[in-house]
Design a protein around this ligand. Structure first.
Ligand SMILES: [Fe+2]
Length: 609
């Protein structure tokens, strides 16, 4: 038996992943345990969970992989600092303590965190190799082109190459400071959102705007080549030498200082979002076309933070030259933990790779699970009022009824998802046909910005009835955006301006139809997500509609819930109507007043994202 632990840490989204004889046994992000979003500390609890899952102790491990090379990263920081000295000194000293403390002494930190593991068992891979490995090895392809698009690792900010059998080879890279991820983050910062977490908001905001600044971006900020590579004019950016992303010259070019976080969003931010999104999509498409030309491959695997840009992914699939696409669900740095473990197994140890027909990611349900008995013990201990359903069928019937009655339901089942999207294991669900659901869920449940769209889960076998996707196209990990079918749209409703566009009912499933008639689709199939598929089937049987709203089980700034206790607290603090923990069903109106959680106190635990 070969056991390999992968770790990513000390940048953002620390995580651990365990593979045993090449099979992915467990993977989780540290934030879910510590309840600190994007926690970047050494992932002690995630490691404990992974080892516990396979009944191992640290000394049983054959290898421990780390997802990047700290010394090379240090060298980049140092060189960048020297190039910009003395103006860069402030950011350097600010970045230094963490690097000195953790990164440079990483082997020591790892040894302390993993007592009993000898130093010779530690392996450090390159950042982009880890991303590439996480994209290709679990994919359903014997052979595929690989593209990683990211902020920055050691030096590379994007890379491409090929994967064949049990081997990957990266042949090209784009190097710091020229970076699509950092370009997107610069606009995230400039429009008043938080870098490394607000990128999703910017993508959600883009459809409200016009691409009026796209030409300016292409003219002034970048020199974009046909092959998707580019150079950035660094006089507009500040991330090499300062603590901010954009420079004064950037602010002059776009007509003002960055938006203050939480201040009103204007048409200008919407237009900036639309513009940088359009440029990003163009770069993604050009890169994909070039990669296809060079490799001639039929399939493409994607990873790196930019691969979470599901609008860009959808365009690569629809307009790009590749027949099939597979994207690592944990495309950001958390997925590097899984990538490095797989890289050691296949590439270093030369172990064969069995190509799984679906993929080897196991629905990305790789986190902790809790039994009905554990759930009941917990519920009894806090005096919760609940009923326990006898089996899956009655459970799904009861929950389908609740959803059809426009109740918002917290749905907690089986193993927690690995990756930023909730896929029906730690989800909040609602009726996609409801006209009020989008605003109710944003404002009363998740306490987040009203403009943010919600995503649909749809029965895999009915996806083409509702969304412009081919019958044979999967999106099991909610990483592709597709237009709602013309036939499901409602016409002659006016368009609206700015956020008024939100009020327009655009389709039969308005809660999941964004203002540009698009939707971030999760296709639900019985092999990856069996119980969830059963729930959707029960809902369809009752209503005729195979689509529901699926959003992550958390409020703004909170990591997705991990345990029944996390879920119960979130349920009691928000306006969720019902909570389903395994087979136990709770109604809010039945719960003892004393257990209510003060909303403001609950919210104040989490930093706004
Ligand atoms: Fe990365």
């Amino acid at each position: 038996m070969t056991t390999i632990l992968g770790i990513s840490a000390f940048y953002h989204d620390s995580a651990a992943a365990l593979i045993v004889d090449g099979r992915i046994v467990a993977a989780a992000q540290e934030e879910r345990f510590t309840r600190k979003k994007h926690d970047f500390d050494f992932p002690a609890q995630a490691i404990d969970f992974c080892l516990h899952e396979a009944a191992l102790t640290p000394s049983d491990l054959d290898w421990v992989g780390f997802y990047d090379k700290p010394l090379q990263k240090f060298e980049r920081l140092l060189e960048t600092y020297l190039a910009y000295a003395p103006v860069g000194f402030r950011s350097f000293t600010k970045a230094m303590p963490l690097w000195l403390r953790e990164k440079l002494f990483l082997p020591r930190v790892m040894q302390k965190g993993l007592p009993g593991v000898e130093r010779r068992k530690f392996i450090f891979a390159e950042h982009h190799e880890s991303h590439a490995a996480s994209a290709f090895f679990p994919s359903p392809f014997e052979e595929a082109a690989i593209l990683t698009l990211d902020g920055v690792g050691e030096w590379a900010t994007a890379s491409f190459g090929m994967g064949r059998g049990n081997h990957i080879e990266l042949t090209h890279q784009l190097r710091f400071p020229h970076s699509l991820g950092l370009l997107y983050s610069a606009f995230t910062y400039y429009t008043g959102f938080r870098v490394n977490s607000g990128e999703y908001k910017l993508m959600g905001l883009a459809p409200y705007g016009r691409t009026t600044y796209a030409e300016l971006i292409l003219d002034k900020l970048l020199d974009l080549k046909d092959d998707g590579s580019f150079r950035m004019d660094m006089s507009y950016f500040n991330y090499c030498q300062g603590l901010t992303m954009t420079s004064r010259k950037f602010h002059r070019l776009f007509g003002g200082p960055p938006r203050r976080p939480e201040s009103p969003i204007t048409q200008r931010e919407m237009d900036l979002a639309a513009s940088v999104q359009a440029v990003t999509e163009e770069i993604m498409l050009r890169s994909a076309r070039h990669l296809h030309q060079v490799t001639g491959a039929k399939n493409l695997c994607l990873a790196g933070g930019v691969a979470l840009n599901c609008v860009g992914n959808g365009r690569i699939l629809r307009e790009g030259p590749f027949e099939r696409l597979w994207i690592q669900p944990a495309a950001g740095d958390a997925g590097g933990a899984l990538g490095v473990a797989l890289l050691i197994h296949h590439q270093l140890l030369d172990q064969p790779r069995d190509v799984a027909p679906l993929d080897a990611q196991r629905g990305s349900l790789l986190g902790p699970a809790f039994t009905d008995d554990q759930v009941e013990r917990f519920l009894k201990s806090c005096g919760a009022v609940y009923s326990r359903q006898a089996d899956d069928e009655s459970l799904c019937r009861v929950v389908a009824d609740l959803l059809a009655g426009e109740n918002v339901v917290g749905w907690f089942q089986g193993r927690m998802e690995f990756g930023p999207r909730a896929l029906g294991a730690r989800s909040i669900l609602g009726d996609a046909r409801s006209r009020s659901m989008q605003s109710v869920m944003n404002l009363k449940i998740k306490f987040r910005e009203s403009f943010r769209p919600f995503a649909p889960s749809v029965l895999r076998e009915r996806v083409a009835d509702y969304f412009q996707m081919r019958d044979d196209e999967d999106s099991p990990y909610m990483l592709l955006v597709a237009p709602v079918c013309e036939a499901r749209r409602i016409k002659a409703n006016g368009q609206g301006q700015g956020f008024d566009q939100l009020k327009v009912v655009r389709s039969e499933v308005p809660a999941v139809t964004h203002v540009d008639n698009s939707a971030r689709v999760q296709t639900v199939d019985p092999r990856r997500h069996a119980l969830y598929h059963r729930l959707l089937t029960a809902f369809e049987r009752k209503t005729g509609c195979p689509v529901i709203v699926n959003t992550s089980f958390n409020i703004r700034g909170e990591p997705i819930v991990c345990t029944p206790a996390d879920a119960y607290r979130c349920f009691m603090a928000t306006n969720m109507d019902a909570l389903v923990l395994e087979h136990c069903v709770l109604h809010k109106t039945d719960q003892p007043e004393a257990q209510r959680v003060d909303v403001d106190r609950y919210k104040s635990q989490f930093t706004l994202d």
